[in-house]
Design a protein. Structure first.
Length: 241
């Protein structure tokens, strides 16, 4: 369906009708959730600039176009679109968060955190921004700040499996593998086949010299994903102990 919509959109010569703009926005959002053909990825990219020219000031289309550019891997164009969205609405938390993600992707972690800070100041219950901020602090090797962010996430949404897992990662980085295991278990209670939590639990157990228990975790990972490299390496370490 997304391929057909993108093909149809590429044939429009004018973007003046408001209903067409709304249709466009929905189509772009849907296109990111589907597998577009290579031809339609190219076609969509070629269409985005004309969309911005005619429609950017309506219905947050600049932000949506930015998200679609990011999906296509055209980060410079995505950033320009998010900046345009923020000139139109400076408190657009979605555009701010997406801008932060792009900055983090390009290695500008501190600048990304500044964006996430703005989002959480405007919307203290913004789960995505707290999560992204936590990941950014982990990348900066500041796990204590990261853990505070992930704690906020699980307070907002106790079912966020990734946040429980990353809370465990931050505790392990802080030299607290015993506490980390508790958070990995919280993730696994929500999703029993979550390979990252099993693998991280195995690593934390190795830190505690519980190699037989760690070995069981790595074997569980490989039941879920036989090609998981880190679990294979973990098994080798456990086998040598």
């Amino acid at each position: 369906m997304a391929n057909k919509c993108v093909f149809t959109l590429s044939k429009f010569d004018s973007w003046d009708e408001i209903e067409l703009k709304r249709y466009l926005a929905r189509t772009l959002e849907n296109s990111k959730k589907n597998e577009l053909s290579p031809e339609n990825k190219t076609r969509l990219a070629e269409t985005l600039s004309s969309i911005l020219e005619y429609s950017a000031k309506m219905d947050d289309i600049a932000r949506i176009v930015g998200s679609t550019y990011a999906y296509l891997g055209q980060n410079d164009q995505a950033m320009k679109s998010f900046e345009l969205a923020l000139t139109l609405k400076e408190d657009d938390t979605t555009a701010l968060n997406n801008k932060g993600v792009l900055l983090a992707r390009s290695g500008k972690i501190k600048d990304a955190i500044t964006c996430y800070d703005e989002v959480t100041d405007l919307d203290p219950d913004n789960e995505k921004a707290w999560f992204n901020k936590g990941k950014a602090y982990i990348r900066l090797k500041e796990p204590s700040k990261g853990s505070e962010c992930f704690k906020n996430v699980v307070e907002i949404n106790p079912k966020n499996v990734s946040a429980w897992n990353n809370l465990g990662v931050s505790l392990r980085m802080m030299g607290k593998p015993k506490e980390a295991v508790k958070y990995y278990n919280s993730a696994l209670r929500l999703k029993k086949d979550y390979k990252w939590a099993w693998n991280n639990k195995g690593i934390a157990l190795m830190f505690r010299r519980k190699y037989r228990e760690a070995e069981k975790c790595f074997k569980k990972v490989l039941e879920i994903d036989p090609d998981f490299k880190e679990a294979k390496e973990g098994l080798l370490v456990c086998g040598a102990k």
